[in-house]
Design a protein around this ligand. Structure first.
Ligand code: NDP
Length: 516
């Protein structure tokens, strides 16, 4: 067969001027490349089994190693945000219940945990980590049912990280003096720990594992909308035969959290949540001896330079903002694109969000699950409305969302200016604000132009540029050519209104110790 005949049969065979055949695919300029969709992107349903999951009709408080009814006598409903069905009733602890939990933690601290060697404490933590691994599939399904996050995230990201945090800090329990050479570490006492609803089990692990490794006892309050998995974690503590009272878990709303913060017999408060509540906590502990760490909101800049690998960067944008429905404090919610590649990035982003599947979080193919609560959905809608009113342009794929449950499609805004609310406030949903820049200096200035300072991302082909930029970004965590990567060995925390103190790594031990 002649070269000419061959070239006529395939579009990908290019006959060059001298007649030689080049079998490389024709290079399509980046600004003309396009994903083709059609029905090739639809998948058959792949639901995760949930019929074996046992959800009790009522969850009590976990105090002194036992499940006890709240003195308040009150309960509230926990709803599956994907179906709006009631899953269970949760005990609503009042100040009296908080007092019982704190007393139990104090007794366990003085009676057992403080006296125990680090080696023995470590054994309990290893045992807890292994039990979490054993039950991880069940816990992942529960996490998805209670909070709306996709099963692929709770199964492949949250639960492995939960176990990894316990394993990691188990390793430190008998090596604290090596973590701080020349110093003598001492535990603090009773830690009050208040966590949010976006990563319920993972935030519990971030708080409990280092506190216990350092020899403290704990009173943990999960968020109102996602308390169920914390109570299953309490069962794991029972199975691990953790001494009674070392961890106490009390459920309730903001008032319960406030009662923990105000309790005089608590030595340390660790909080993850909104900046507004973080400010209240700062006022509440001022003038007391309580130590405080705050992990608050963020409005991270994800910066894409012209020399970045664009397709990878687009994937980084997707995971940066649409991971966990955008309910992520370090979400890359402000995208800064260098002007020369703006049109290309927007086109690719528009194409890519059209491929994201929104719906049943228990389906293994779902990319974006349910918004955690009606209240959070209302907040997202209100901020999106403000963006439209202030003149930004919204891009959203056309989707058929389930009739029941709380949903929001993956979306992004162009035409955003720094003064828009959508460029300043945490939307905490799958909504991205896209802006442009010309020079690295402008990117740095605009990225830092926020009251927050939790995280950032930089995408470029040049290592030197990465070093130059990351050193000037006022953010606790900066990812280079990746986004939203977590590891128990790596510290996490913010500057400015994103809080203070670090969780994870050796740094994560410090908030739970005094050093002599
Ligand atoms: P909150 O800050 O209100 O909640 C975080 C935790 O604090 C929950 O356990 C909450 O209890 C508890 N809490 C509420 N009020 C008090 C108080 N006065 N004293 C002590 N504890 C308290 O966050 P929201 O759930 O209301 O979310 C609001 C916004 O906060 C979100 O839209 C998002 O922008 C941001 N946020 C940021 C998070 C982050 O990781 N940085 C995480 C969650 C939210 P309860 O849930 O029962 O009210």
């Amino acid at each position: 067969m002649t070269a000419r005949k061959k070239s006529q049969r395939s579009e990908l065979v290019i006959v060059e001027r001298d007649g030689a055949i080049n079998h490389r695919p024709a290079a399509i300029p980046p600004n003309q490349r396009k994903l083709t969709f059609g029905d090739r992107w639809s998948y058959a349903p792949a639901p995760e089994a949930s019929d074996y999951i046992k959800i009790g009709p009522r969850y009590q408080l976990f105090i002194g190693g036992k499940f006890v009814a709240p003195r308040s006598g009150k309960y509230f409903d926990s709803i599956n945000p994907a179906t709006e069905e009631k899953l269970a009733e949760i005990a609503d602890a009042n100040a009296h219940d908080v007092d019982l939990a704190v007393s139990s933690a104090r007794r366990a601290y003085n009676g057992t945990w403080k006296k125990m060697s680090g080696r023995e404490r470590g054994k309990y933590l290893y045992r807890i980590a292994r039990l979490i691994q054993e039950k991880s599939r069940e816990l992942a399904v529960l996490e998805t049912m209670d909070g709306g996050k996709t099963i692929k995230e709770s199964r492949d990201i949250d639960l492995p990280l939960v176990a990894a945090h316990f394993f990691y800090y188990a390793g430190w329990a008998d090596k604290l003096e090596y973590a701080f050479p020349g110093r003598t570490p001492h535990s603090l006492g009773v830690a009050g720990q208040i966590i949010p609803w976006n990563f319920p089990l993972l935030m519990a692990a971030w708080k409990l594992a280092p506190a216990l490794a350092c020899g403290n006892t704990c009173v943990l309050k999960p968020a109102e909308t996602t308390s169920i998995t914390a109570m299953h974690l309490a069962e794991i503590f029972q199975h691990a035969e953790l001494p009674d009272g070392v961890v106490n878990i009390i459920t309730g709303a903001g008032a319960t959290g406030k009662a923990i913060v105000d309790h005089p017999n608590i030595d340390k408060i660790a909080f993850t949540g909104s900046t507004s509540v973080g400010k209240l906590l700062t006022q509440a502990v001022a003038g007391t001896k309580k130590k405080l760490t705050l992990e608050l909101g963020g409005k991270a800049a994800n910066i894409i330079f012209e020399d970045a690998p664009i397709d990878q960067a687009v994937e980084g944008i997707i995971s940066g903002i649409y991971f966990n429905q955008g309910h992520v404090c370090c979400a890359g919610s402000r995208l800064f694109v260098q002007e020369g590649i703006f049109a290309t990035v927007i086109r690719k982003l528009r194409d890519r969000i059209a491929t994201l599947r929104v719906g049943n979080p228990l389906d293994k193919n779902t990319d974006i699950g349910a918004i955690n609560s009606r209240m959070q959905l209302d907040k997202i809608c209100e901020l999106v409305d403000s963006g439209l009113k202030q003149g930004a342009k919204l891009v959203q794929p056309r989707l058929r969302l389930p009739a029941k449950g709380y949903w929001y499609p993956p979306s992004f805004f162009t035409g955003v200016t720094a003064s828009h609310r959508i460029a300043q406030e945490e939307i905490f949903g799958p909504v991205l604000s896209v802006m442009t820049f010309r020079t690295p200096e402008e990117a740095i200035e605009r990225a830092n132009n926020t009251p927050y300072g939790l995280s950032a991302g930089v995408w470029t082909d040049k290592g030197s540029k990465i070093f130059k930029i990351v050193n000037k970004l006022r953010a606790g965590v900066v990812w280079a050519n990746t986004y939203n990567k977590f590891d128990p060995t790596s510290p996490f925390g913010g500057y400015k209104e994103s809080g203070f103190g670090r969780e994870g790594g050796v740094h994560g031990l410090l908030p739970y110790l005094t050093l002599n």
